[in-house]
Write a protein that binds this ligand. Structure first.
Ligand code: PEP
Length: 251
């Protein structure tokens, strides 16, 4: 049985003081009778703080990125063991902003995935087509290639550590959301692609999140689709009230 998951990607937002405030608001406001795993991903410098504040809650903490190497002369970078050592067990890899602004390729992401798995971390693996790909009717090909080149080298037993996040680039931070039908169509395709490579058990068990301008007023409809197992939320994760309403939408 796959999990329902709602994850908040805070990107480069929130100071330490603001992080503490938002986390305490989330502890107060998030519904506790919803059967979904809740994850927040603050910036690196506030991960320890988040782990401490959330210690007695059921909200998990993820990093937004990490380096593929174990250690070394990589100024400004963060390793997997630095994360696990402070209690971070989950990392977002392949976010479209990392791909676009920091030139992360599928090959690099495959290395990062390997490093995360070696450290027994959960990976929220992000991928999705650009607007031009969809206009050219190439969106299924693009997504299939991203999965094949970034992820499909992993062993069957590694899939229990993987959460997929389909995030069409044209819908991220733009206010333009994929329709629930577009999301379902792509999620079904993704599950089918996994089924072809890894078989039905893995395909049925993997959680596939949708990301791209999910808001309180559209979350419920998107989450109601059979192959949408939750969401990766950007802007709306920065307000406790909005994020809580989105979590309500997973019921
Ligand atoms: C994201 O950055 O992963 C995202 C989905 O952002 P937004 O919800 O703001 O579109």
């Amino acid at each position: 049985m796959r999990n329902k998951i709602v994850a908040g990607n805070w990107k480069m937002h929130k100071t330490a003081v603001e992080t503490k405030q938002l986390l305490n608001e989330l502890i107060d406001k998030l519904p506790n009778d919803v059967e979904a795993q809740i994850i927040v991903a603050p910036t690196f410098v506030n991960l320890s703080l988040a782990i401490n504040v959330l210690e007695n809650s059921n909200i998990a903490v993820a990093a937004q990125n990490m380096h593929q190497a174990e250690a070394g002369a990589f100024t400004g970078e963060i390793s997997a063991s630095m994360l696990t050592n402070i209690g971070v067990q989950t990392v977002i890899l392949g976010h479209s902003e990392r791909r676009a602004y920091f030139h992360e390729t599928d090959a690099l992401l495959a290395e990062k995935v390997n490093t995360a798995l070696k450290h027994d971390m959960n990976v929220i693996f992000c991928f999705g087509e650009e607007l031009k790909d969809r206009q050219d009717n190439q969106h299924f090909n693009v997504v299939e290639n991203q999965l094949r080149d970034g992820l499909f080298h992993i062993e069957n037993n590694a899939w229990e550590k993987i959460i997929l996040a389909y995030e069409p680039v044209w819908a991220i931070g733009t206010g333009e959301t994929a329709t629930p039908e577009q999301a379902q169509e792509m999620h079904e395709f993704i599950r089918e692609t996994i089924r072809k490579h890894y078989g039905s058990d893995i395909a049925e068990d993997v959680s596939i999140l949708y990301g791209g301008s999910v808001k309180p007023d559209n979350a419920k409809e998107i989450f109601s689709k059979p192959d949408v197992d939750g969401g990766l939320i950007g802007g709306a994760a920065l307000k406790a009230e909005d994020f809580s309403k989105i979590v309500e939408g997973i019921r």
